[in-house]
Design a binder for this molecule. Structure first.
Ligand code: URA
Length: 432
């Protein structure tokens, strides 16, 4: 078989068979497929789409490109959460410490930034000393000791996805239902889970711009999940504006701690509780959200979740105090409104892009992230704004980077005389 023939077949819109997909994915591991060929494959998948059969084969081949966890000895329901990616989406960082208070195991393998969206792994890497690359023994010990770990994908965990993920990030090839399904589920099927809570983001800052395409993605994921026997609950949540107020790696760690200590925005609290409830119900710990919500509120409001966050970070070697001092006195740039009225809309895609321009994400595969860079929003949809009032504050260690993202971000705020309510947060929910 020739890789170029597989590429041409996909380019021309034909369905690839199991052997061709297997040959291609194996080629990624044994270096018979170059990055250039992988990029061509991904672009063809984006433009021509993947059938449900192709998506399932691709998911299984990517899953089998590495090892599979065996957590049989962990005598608790094993439940993870994954999001399709958003701007300011720090929910995984809040979920883990909340769930550490329950009799559930959360083996969380997270991703790095993808396209304009941020990644939990990059956020955790902003913490000095935090060990994100774990091995089997660490996974076990942390699940036994804390009931949770947060880690990155290593070369053992669906390595074919790891390679494709990096290439998709910088080649404009993220927005494909088949590729997103295979990427997420190949990793999740490795984790030996009892259930998965999926947060499918919908809106102008998401890969799925409207509910109907989000439903198509959910159908695609549900197809593979049913076939492989994975229980899944899907929450469709709005990404019509960034979640919370802070966007950027360390900034989102900061907002996580503020939120767990009682200074939270409504969207962060509501979505966190919704996803935690889904995980607890999927894990069989509660029958309904009323019961799970009651217990989760107690864990949050008593300060236990905030303590658990510190415990989790320290258990993986992180030093929050040292990190705080590292990002103090970062250069700032204020964006000021030249209009008065109500915030009607925030272009979330371009807000994410402005963050990348400041150094908070990668423009190319080998780019180094500025972990302290990012955006602090001062206004969200529905807020009033006066002329001269601050809309947002930019942060970057390189002051020369401020001009273009400042102009871009200013244009992301649509201000008018008509009041607009904040968009509905939870748009739909499916149980698979
Ligand atoms: N998260 C992933 O792991 N993969 C995607 O394609 C999108 C979000």
């Amino acid at each position: 078989m020739l890789i170029t023939e597989i590429l041409k077949k996909k380019r021309d819109g034909f369905e690839l068979n199991k052997d061709e997909i297997s040959y291609f994915i194996k080629g990624l591991s044994n270096f018979n497929v170059s990055d250039i060929q992988a990029a061509a494959f991904l672009m063809a998948c984006c433009t021509k789409g993947l059938s449900s059969k192709e998506t399932t084969y691709l998911t299984y081949q990517m899953r089998d490109s590495g090892e599979k966890f065996n957590f049989a000895k962990i005598n608790k329901p094993k439940v993870d959460k994954h999001s399709t990616g958003g701007v300011g989406d720090k929910i995984s960082l809040l979920i883990t410490p909340l769930l550490m208070a329950f009799d559930i195991a959360v083996p969380m393998i997270s991703g790095r930034g993808l396209g304009h969206t941020g990644g939990t792994v990059d956020k955790l890497e902003s913490i000095s000393g935090f060990k994100i690359r774990l091995d089997y023994e660490d996974y076990f010990n942390l699940l036994i000791q804390n009931g949770a770990f947060m880690a990155c994908q290593t070369d053992d965990i669906a390595p074919a996805d790891k390679k494709l993920y990096h290439i998709r990030d910088v080649t404009g090839t993220v927005e494909s239902i088949g590729l997103i399904t295979a990427s997420i589920l190949s990793k999740k099927l490795v984790e030996d889970l009892d259930a998965l809570a999926m947060d499918i983001k919908v809106g102008n800052g998401a890969f799925m711009r409207d509910l109907s395409s989000a439903h198509q993605l959910a159908e695609s994921m549900a197809g593979v999940a049913r076939e492989s026997g994975l229980k899944m609950r899907i929450i469709f949540s709005s990404m019509e504006q960034p979640l919370g107020y802070k966007i950027g790696n360390w900034l989102e760690i900061e907002e996580t701690m503020e939120s767990l200590n009682g200074q939270y925005s409504a969207d962060i609290r509501d979505l966190t509780l919704k996803l935690c409830s889904s995980m607890l119900i999927a894990g069989g710990l509660f029958d309904n959200e009323l019961e799970s919500g009651l217990e989760l509120n107690k864990v949050w409001d008593s300060g236990l979740a905030a303590k658990n966050f510190v415990k989790m970070i320290e258990a993986q070697g992180g030093n929050l105090e040292l990190s705080k001092s590292k990002y103090e006195n970062y250069p700032e740039y204020e964006i000021v409104s030249d209009k008065r009225g109500f915030i009607q809309q925030i272009d979330t895609l371009y807000t994410g892009i402005a963050g990348i321009m400041l150094g908070a994400g990668r423009k190319d595969i080998n780019d180094k992230i500025d972990y302290g860079a990012g955006i602090i929003l001062n206004k969200k949809i529905g807020d009033t704004v006066e002329i001269g009032e601050t809309l947002a504050v930019l942060k970057s260690k390189d002051k020369s980077l401020f001009d273009s993202p400042a102009e871009l971000l200013k244009n992301c705020f649509i201000i008018s005389d008509d009041y607009k309510k904040a968009p509905k947060l939870i748009l739909d929910e499916w149980v698979i």
